[in-house]
Design a protein around this ligand. Structure first.
Ligand code: URA
Length: 186
């Protein structure tokens, strides 16, 4: 990400979400592969880096299967703040999916970020970035995962979100198969 885009995101967040700490994309701006997740979780917010919590650990082990190193990638999220609500049970903040306002706020920044990195391949993780990148709010990962698709002049390879595999072990085989396909596409 360029300094000017980072600065604009940070100052826009200070105005719109003053109690939140934004988590910006990281990696080489010349990366061939751009990974896009949904939004940071608590650990990401605490450390100010994308995919460093539980989903990040899963992502790292999956990346190993493709022979890719995090250092070769650019990793970001659709929404740059942690969407949270108060748990009814504990009163503590818990993750929730991004809402329409947050998506509308952050998607133009994501599009700019994609334009700057201009990767050879975009890998979206789960429904949120898939819908953001395709501009199709009805798109569903179930129908397109593990397939190379074109969006305008961009190449997109949608994967399930690594957290989905934590909650649904039956997806693990499918995920591994999709990663094998990704390896061939790279
Ligand atoms: N899940 C995401 O989508 N992004 C992160 O950064 C962490 C978990």
């Amino acid at each position: 990400m360029t300094e000017s885009l980072s600065e604009r995101i940070i100052s826009a967040c200070e105005r719109a979400f003053p109690d939140k700490k934004p988590v910006l994309g990281e990696g080489s701006p010349n990366a061939r592969l751009m990974l896009i997740g949904e939004a940071p979780g608590s650990e990401e917010e605490r450390l100010g880096r994308p995919f460093v919590g539980k989903a990040g650990k899963n992502l790292d082990s999956f990346l190993e299967m493709t022979g890719l190193d995090r250092k070769e990638l650019y990793i970001t999220n659709t929404v740059k703040i942690r969407p949270a609500r108060q748990s009814g049970k504990t009163g503590k903040p818990v993750n929730r999916p991004p809402n329409a306002c947050e998506l509308e706020f952050f998607i133009p920044f994501l599009m700019e970020e994609i334009g700057i990195v201009s990767p050879r391949l975009i890998v979206t993780l789960g429904n949120t970035p898939l819908r953001a990148v395709t501009g199709n709010s009805g798109a569903s990962i179930g129908g397109v995962h593990g397939k190379l698709i074109s969006v305008g002049d961009r190449r997109l390879f949608p994967l399930y979100h690594p957290a989905a595999v934590i909650y649904n072990r039956s997806l693990e085989e499918i995920y591994i198969e999709d990663l094998r396909k990704l390896r061939k596409v790279l």
